[in-house]
Design a protein around this ligand. Structure first.
Ligand SMILES: Cc1cc2nc3c(=O)[nH]c(=O)nc-3n(C[C@H](O)[C@H](O)[C@H](O)COP(=O)(O)O)c2cc1C
Length: 376
């Protein structure tokens, strides 16, 4: 939705949300989710640390970032990093990215052995390097290859299997047909759920996600479990996606980075309660400390300090002196630097602020030191 001046219009106002809306129960296989929402796959972000921080604040289900099948097959550190789980981190899906059906099937087995509850296939990633290697969004345009992969993975995964798609590769009718073939094959193979990002692969992250597409898809396939993705930056957005499209669940991506409270806020809205106030400063401090401790367990102290910089600048958006805190998080290199920012800015309680309802797209990538092209 663009206004005449080309600005993004805000999608939701709290007044638009009726108090009587009750979403259908949402399940992935045998797992019933307490709220119809999940922590999305986010390369460079949605590791075990981010997932656990979100779960402690009401997130019922999560998926890893896209894990390259060949890295898993090669074993070693790469395999460990993405596939580390902990008892708090269930149910959880391991998301696979690959280009050959037999490698994907073998990697799926590895993820099952690691303890993943669900295997998720990524046919959505628009990054040029990924597409160029015949992975991710490339497969959405090659239904025969995608279907062969789905079939081979289905053969080795007895439990729930899910898939991440975009609404098409581009706006052509051939691309729409390809989506349809892959989606219907997923139903035939009894995939437990399909998450659909309402942008085309060609769009990458520009323009708005097409929620009308999600609504039409759900009304055409009422029996399928569909998660909607795209432009969910606040709990009100998530609520509105549920109401306007009828999808079974919301895939919360950029809206959860630095704001794990979005899950508890959505819980409140679903119960018919008022939107809770944003977390206070000491509550924010607690979440950042938890996140840091989990990241340290995952990566060791040095790497965790660097990794947490990109998380810190997202958490800063909820701080009343966000710009100052953001600047200081950028400079963090060590545990002592971290402690310094927390001691200066998070030592005294006070009200937090709501993060912006429409994040700056480039800003989402800036913190991880990667161009948007480099992030799936
Ligand atoms: C930095 C970044 C990394 C992403 N990594 C993944 C990924 O690994 N797997 C995946 O399925 N989607 C990935 N996505 C796509 C998101 O999960 C989501 O579908 C997309 O951002 C649209 O939702 P949003 O507009 O609410 O953020 C990524 C998106 C961003 C911005």
């Amino acid at each position: 939705m663009l206004t005449e001046s080309g600005q993004r219009a805000q999608r939701t106002t709290p007044a638009e949300i009726p108090t009587s809306f009750a979403p259908r129960p949402c399940r992935i296989g045998a797992f019933f989710l307490a709220i119809p929402a999940m922590q999305a796959g986010l390369a460079g972000y949605s590791d075990m640390a981010m997932r656990v921080v979100a779960r402690r604040r009401g997130c019922p289900y999560a998926v890893t970032e896209a894990l390259l099948d060949r890295v898993l097959l090669a074993g070693g550190r790469g395999r460990e990093k993405g596939s580390v789980l902990c008892p708090e981190d269930h149910p959880v899906a391991g998301q696979l990215l690959g280009s050959h059906a037999h490698e994907m099937a073998a990697a799926a087995r590895i993820l099952l052995d690691c303890g993943f509850d669900v295997i998720d296939l990524n046919f959505a990633c628009p990054v040029r390097k990924v597409m160029g290697r015949c992975r991710g969004g490339y497969l959405l345009g090659e239904p025969a290859e995608a279907i062969e992969m789905m079939q081979r993975v289905r053969d080795v995964v007895p439990g729930p299997l899910t898939m991440k798609l975009r609404r098409a590769v581009d706006e052509s009718s051939a691309a729409a047909d390809n989506f349809q073939r892959i989606f219907e094959k997923a139903l035939e193979l009894e995939f437990a759920a399909v998450a659909v990002h309402g942008r085309t692969v060609q769009q990458k992250y520009t323009g708005l996600a097409d929620w009308t597409f999600l609504r039409k898809l759900k009304s055409r396939y009422p029996q399928a479990t569909i998660f909607g993705s795209g432009d969910v930056f606040t709990a009100e957005d998530a609520m509105r996606m549920l109401m306007q499209t009828g999808v079974d669940g919301v895939w919360i991506a950029r809206g959860a980075i630095g704001n794990p409270w979005i899950f508890r806020e959505l819980s409140a809205l679903i119960r018919g309660d008022a939107l809770p106030p944003p977390p206070g400063i000491l509550e924010q401090r607690q979440a950042i400390l938890e996140h840091y401790a989990l990241a340290t367990a995952l990566y060791g102290e040095d790497q965790a300090s660097r990794h947490m910089r990109k998380m810190g600048i997202k958490y800063a958006k909820l701080h009343p002196q966000g710009a100052v805190v953001w600047r200081e998080f950028i400079d963090v290199r060590s545990r002592m630097d971290w402690q310094g920012v927390l001691d200066r800015h998070y030592h005294q309680d006070g009200p937090g602020i709501r993060p912006p309802s429409v994040p700056d797209a480039q800003d989402m990538f800036r913190g991880c030191g990667l161009a948007s092209e480099a992030c799936p």
